[in-house]
Design a protein around this ligand. Structure first.
Ligand code: KG4
Ligand code: ZN
Length: 324
């Protein structure tokens, strides 16, 4: 079995995955959303302190598996340095104490493998990753052959929802809150410009849209917020759809997947379903509970890396805030 740890942002999670069957045997996550909600976003130092409390609590519950562990996998990049350190330090201690190898896992690869926690599928896949830290399209041929073909030049899709929610004093994380508020709103009421709509670039940008929404919020009454939320959600998704449309002209999709915390967004999902119809491409989604950060996806990658012998040395495994 493999024990896996995730602490790249504001979720403390540990999983146990069986190597032979790739089955998830145990998973527990303690989210810090409530604690960060009053600040309208994640406060890194607070997040690190909360990981230091939560991770040992979850680890206690894994005691029965200790004798069967063959390796420990841990998210080592990308993420918040101070929170990644909490998971990596714990993983190193486990590796030393149990005399088992350590595997450093890239969080973004973890999100891709969230697709395979409960069901198997095959590469190649075109993957849209939408999370709090990333908005990118990747061509994935295998664990070690992942090519990023488009990414955000500034804010990410999920982050823009968090920031809009903060402007409206709704709390954190903003994605589900804006989605809920948008349900009752008029999507056409505000005519925000779709980012980069005249640019030939296949890339994403959310800072301009965020600023347009800020101006609208400043002028609006609270009763207008749902129309602003609905219009913002429409344009945020339209941006992705326009760029994917352009990309699909060059590389038509066969199998397409949406992963990451913001892949829970129902409006985005429905728009992408429509976009894929003429291509007759399959759409893969992970279970809702594995869209947001979790350790099950890190364990799933851990199994693949274990089988390929992709271990890290204790001295060399360092955290890295940027994706490597
Ligand atoms: O993948 P994730 O849990 O953490 C990162 O790796 O960033 O993603 C969290 C992000 C947050 O920005 C959150 O607001 C966003 O995903 N999110 C959503 C929705 N649910 C979560 N964004 C839009 N619509 C949603 N329904
Ligand atoms: Zn994530």
């Amino acid at each position: 079995m493999i024990l896996s740890i995730e602490s790249s942002c504001d979720d403390s999670a540990i999983a146990i995955t069986e190597i032979a069957t790739k089955k998830l045997l145990f998973h527990k996550k303690i989210s810090q959303e409530l604690e960060h909600s009053v600040y309208g976003g994640v406060v890194p130092e607070l997040a690190a302190r909360l990981h230091a409390e939560a991770l040992p609590k979850i680890l206690e519950e894994c005691r029965p598996y200790f004798g069967s562990l063959k390796a420990v996998a841990v998210t080592s990049s990308p993420g918040l340095t101070v929170t990644l350190v909490e998971g990596v330090t714990m993983a190193k201690a486990i590796s030393i104490a149990l005399n088992i190898p350590i595997i450093g896992v890239n969080h973004l690869v973890g999100h891709i493998y969230s697709l395979f926690i409960e069901k198997e599928s095959e590469f190649p896949l075109t993957v849209l990753l939408v999370s709090g830290g990333h908005t990118q399209v990747m061509e994935v041929k295998s664990l070690e052959d992942i090519k990023t073909v488009a990414k955000s030049m500034d804010d990410s899709f999920g982050e823009s929802f968090d920031k809009v929610a903060k402007m409206m004093n709704l709390g954190y994380p903003g994605g589900p809150l804006i989605q809920e508020l948008a349900k009752g709103g008029d999507r056409k009421k505000y005519n925000f410009t779709v980012p980069l709509h005249q640019s030939p670039l296949i890339a994403f940008s959310y800072s301009g849209l965020k600023n347009s929404v800020r101006l609208a919020v400043e002028k609006a009454e609270e009763s207008d917020y749902r129309d602003i939320a609905a219009s913002f959600e429409r344009v945020a998704a339209a941006h992705i759809i326009q760029k994917l449309k352009k990309y699909f002209k060059e590389v038509p999709p066969k199998k397409f997947a949406i992963v990451g915390g913001a892949s829970a967004n129902l409006y985005l999902r429905s728009q992408i379903e429509e976009l894929l119809k003429p291509h007759k491409a399959d759409l893969l989604l992970s279970e809702l509970k594995y869209c947001s950060d979790n350790a099950a996806m890190i364990g799933r990658v851990g199994v693949e890396m274990y089988e390929k012998g992709l271990f890290s040395s204790l001295d060399e495994l360092e955290v890295c805030p940027k994706s490597v």
